[in-house]
Design a protein around this ligand. Structure first.
Ligand SMILES: Nc1ncnc2c1ncn2[C@@H]1O[C@H](COP(=O)(O)OP(=O)(O)OP(=O)(O)O)[C@@H](O)[C@H]1O
Ligand SMILES: Nc1ncnc2c1ncn2[C@@H]1O[C@H](COP(=O)(O)O)[C@@H](O)[C@H]1O
Length: 209
């Protein structure tokens, strides 16, 4: 299972990523969370990323590329992963496409969380993370609209995007994610069955000719 979760700050990606990761036993890779931990632990990555995260700007791509390359080539991600907050811009999306092609892998689905602004405002107030004050939230939304929204368009054009209504109770959103995913599996399974049947019929026709 390989999923990408996108959505404005506070739309619920991290909440759902953690639930699905525990249910499916695959890593939840939140770039924001990894960066916050790296900053707290004062690692080399943290020291380089700190000034950007504190201003709610995207950290330079090369730092994120190294981080994602390390995670997606690690044994722990061989069974699958849930990406949360990555790709943050189009060059990161292109990097991911290339990395997955090199690894002979692909993502199953991209989910984009939609939550109305008035609901988001309440969530930011309640969460109270250090970057949840109005000035930094405005900055993250601006970054999202300018740099991350084109990523959503990229996946929409590839036909692998599902928009999720994130303004529902947590368990309902989880259920929707699971169901839309199993619907997708069913579609894929059905397509495989149809293709196999077509091939068998073609073989029969060739043999009888
Ligand atoms: N479906 C929901 N209903 C109500 N509250 C929710 C829901 N999903 C998440 N929340 C709450 O909203 C807040 C933001 O959620 P979360 O941290 O998962 O968002 P996020 O998209 O990961 O944000 P960010 O990109 O800023 O890290 C949290 O306090 C979380 O508990
Ligand atoms: N994909 C990313 N590219 C660059 N910088 C990123 C990325 N994801 C997160 N960041 C930085 O971390 C903070 C917090 O991210 P959340 O997704 O809101 O947890 C973000 O403002 C960037 O500075």
């Amino acid at each position: 299972m390989r999923l990408i979760l996108l959505g404005v700050p506070g739309s619920g990606k991290g909440t759902q990523g953690a639930i699905l990761s525990s249910q499916w036993q695959i890593p939840h890779i939140s770039t924001g969370e990894i960066l916050r931990q790296a900053i707290a632990n004062q690692t080399a990555l943290g020291l380089k990323a700190k000034a950007y995260v504190e201003k709610s700007e995207l950290v330079p791509d090369y730092l994120i590329f190294d981080l994602i390359r390390q995670r997606l080539t690690a044994p722990s991600t061989q069974r699958g992963w849930i990406l949360d907050g990555f790709p943050g811009n189009l060059s990161q999306a292109q990097f991911l496409d290339q990395l997955l092609a090199t690894l002979g892998q692909s993502y199953n689905r991209v989910f984009s969380f939609y939550v109305p602004t008035d609901v988001l405002v309440q969530r930011w107030r309640q969460r109270g993370r250090s970057d949840d004050h109005p000035e930094l939230i405005c900055k993250r939304i601006e970054v999202y609209q300018e740099q991350t929204a084109p990523v959503i368009q990229h996946y929409r054009q590839q036909g692998c995007l599902t928009v999720i209504n994130g303004d529902r109770p947590v368990e309902i959103v989880t259920h929707f994610l699971q169901t839309s995913f199993s619907d997708l599996s069913l579609t894929i399974q059905q397509k495989t069955v149809n293709t196999s049947e077509r091939l068998i019929n073609k073989e029969r026709q060739i043999l009888s000719d």
